[in-house]
Design a protein around this ligand. Sequence first.
Ligand SMILES: *Cc1c(COP(=O)(O)O)cnc(C)c1O
Length: 463
Amino acid sequence: MFVDSKTINAEPYRIKAVEPMRVTTREHRQEALESAGYNTFLLRSEDVFIDLLTDSGTSAMSDTQWAALMRGDEAYAGSRSFYALEKAVQDVYGFPYVVPTHQGRGAEHLISQILITPGQYTPGNMYFTTTRAHQELAGATFVDVINDKAHDPTAAGAFKGDVDLGKLQKLIDDVGPDKIAYVNVAVTVNLAGGQPVSMANLRAVYELCHPLGILVWSDATRCVENAYFIQQREPGYADRTVAEILREMMSYFDGCTMSGKKDNLVNIGGFLAMRDEGVLQKARSLVVLFEGMPSYGGMAGRDMEAMSVGIREMVDDAYIAHRVRQVEYLGTLLDEEGVPIVKPIGGHGVFLDARAFLPHLEQDVFPAQALAAELYLDSGVRSMERGIVSAGRDPATGDHRRPKLELVRLTVPRRVYTDRHMEVVADSVIRLYRRRSEIRGLAMVYEPETLRFFTARFAPLGA
Ligand SMILES: *Cc1c(COP(=O)(O)O)cnc(C)c1O
């Protein structure tokens, strides 16, 4: 038996610095939960044991990245660290032009303002909160063109993130190519449970759109996890490196928005990358207004330096294999006990199917929110609601949007927790599952106007 990136089943790193975490009592957590209005976003991190709220900005940097911070060039213009970032993006993604932004939504804002004329449509493979919000702010209407399986948490499928070409074609036929601002393809699809898109589908979307002059952009936030799934699942890619697969994926896009806080292995940052010089010029003039000079776009020189290292580390086959397999390990522990989860298990987290977990709760009493609160109470594990609360209200009717998926997301930060932590999380979820009939719903007692899941407050409903 030999060890390589295909067989490794232990963390491919050793621990050089540790961050102690606090173990709390149930009484303490009850108090903390009440003051947080039963919203895990409003908990204080020091009251949390294992924090699976998000994989965003929670990655552990490598020793090389920490060393890179010291090399950061903090010049106001023309920072050496910008050129390091630009070179990393060119080498790893293959886009010639880069505009740094403070995080992914900064890039989404820029591209929405640049490409959208009010009244146009922005088809995408399922919505993402900030992406759709920026598209709507620029006057577009988002249209979901993901395949139907993505909305079914129990459906099998190697590439449940795929665009439904029939739906996309129908939209083009209905409104005309001129009314499509651009197609936005997310790799992987966060709100579908981290499901990947196949290379064949990316190629097909490109081949459908390009002859019609329709631009295809990518939300590349978790593109490396997607590349790993292609390597594992798509015929013809088993012997290609993740780095090679990523380059091919990106070749089917005109540009991408990137949240550096996810696959790029840094705690803050993002960028917009593209092939077209005209888009670059517009992005450079807008970034000055909203983010900062085009050579830093809201990032410190040191952060650009660390991100340029993270971009190269993220395509290491051993790293990405363990990252995705750790998530799969957590999911498998739950699945073996019959806990309803989204399947197949996605790239960045395990998604509990709260409708199936709590069938006695109507969607209007926020089952996923209630389950996330119970999990925190049980073990101090923090998770996130991805269901009716996250979906918000329909601007036209003012009613709740009622997504088919009502999920609790257990998101695994990169390089932070060990497989043993995953076992502790699984034990707690399984305990809750065994006494699921006792879990009650919630009432929303405070609701903000936009992106309500961040700050809404809830109270438990009576028995
Ligand atoms: C996180 C995320 C974004 C936004 O990035 P931020 O860095 O949080 O602004 C966009 N799309 C997807 C799929 C994401 O997960």
